[in-house]
Design a protein around this ligand. Structure first.
Ligand code: ADP
Ligand code: 5GP
Length: 207
């Protein structure tokens, strides 16, 4: 029996390793997962491609998407808009793919409100010192933006306990494996198997 896909949200401090984890998870299980591509008003980093990492759009185009109700959620993060286009997520879940949204906390909580079955995962490095090291080591942001993002991490930490699971990204492969197991275990939840339960009840009555 085909089952609807799981909706999983992955959040975490900037520099925690979310993007790296997503790439590793998808490269190992490309047929099982669909990663939602967000729209954003921030500038592309070196090597980022429109339509691959993000849809890089203007503030006007973003506001138009809000108006047309084309986003599941949107939020402002350190001076830029970010949002999740609705149609792709719905189509992929219907097609049975487990859909991952890699989004920040305000968006994550909005998604959980709209879709209470959403699995909320929070990725963190093993320590604050390691976070700073990774964020600087990535070498993609100015010193000012790094400071803003570290400040934002202090605020974000206040919401960590709103998530279903905390994933410590120490060894990358171990973390990818744990994430995969957590998402896959959702398929066994009762709420994801209501059709099966119904069929089983019918079959049993006909014995
Ligand atoms: P995020 O998407 O959460 O902002 P990135 O995936 O860009 O984070 O990772 C930030 C930096 O940390 C990158 O330079 C990446 O190579 C590095 N990194 C990611 N995961 C690990 C890990 N498990 N151990 C060491 N470095 C890591
Ligand atoms: P970055 O600029 O580092 O790519 O992303 C900054 C933050 O925005 C990250 O925490 C990332 O998870 C989040 N983000 C990316 N896309 C979305 C989105 O569609 N909605 C929300 N709410 N946050 C997003």
């Amino acid at each position: 029996m085909s089952q609807r896909g799981i909706l999983a949200v992955v959040s975490g401090f900037s520099g925690a390793g979310k993007g790296t984890l997503m790439k590793a998870l998808l490269s190992g299980h490309a047929d099982q997962y669909a990663l939602s591509i967000s729209a954003t008003t921030r500038q592309p980093r070196n090597g980022e491609v429109h339509g691959r990492e993000y849809f890089f759009i203007t503030k006007e185009a973003f506001e138009q998407m809000i108006e047309e109700d084309a986003l599941i959620e949107h939020a402002c993060y350190v001076g830029n808009y970010y949002g999740t286009p609705k149609s792709y997520v719905m189509e992929q879940m219907e097609a049975g793919k487990d859909v991952i949204l890699e989004i920040e906390i305000q968006g994550a909580l909005k998604v959980k409100e709209k879709f209470p079955d959403t699995l909320l995962l929070f990725v963190t490095p093993p320590s604050a010192e390691e976070l700073e090291k990774r964020l600087r080591g990535r070498g993609t942001e100015t010193e000012e933006v790094i400071r803003d993002r570290l400040k934002r991490a202090v605020e974000e930490a206040e919401y960590m306990d709103r998530y279903d699971y905390i994933l410590v990204n120490d060894d990358l492969d171990t973390c990818v494996q744990k994430m995969h197991e957590l998402i896959q275990s959702q398929h066994q939840k009762t709420g994801e198997n209501l059709d099966f339960i119904c069929e089983m009840k019918q079959e049993l009555k006909q014995l």
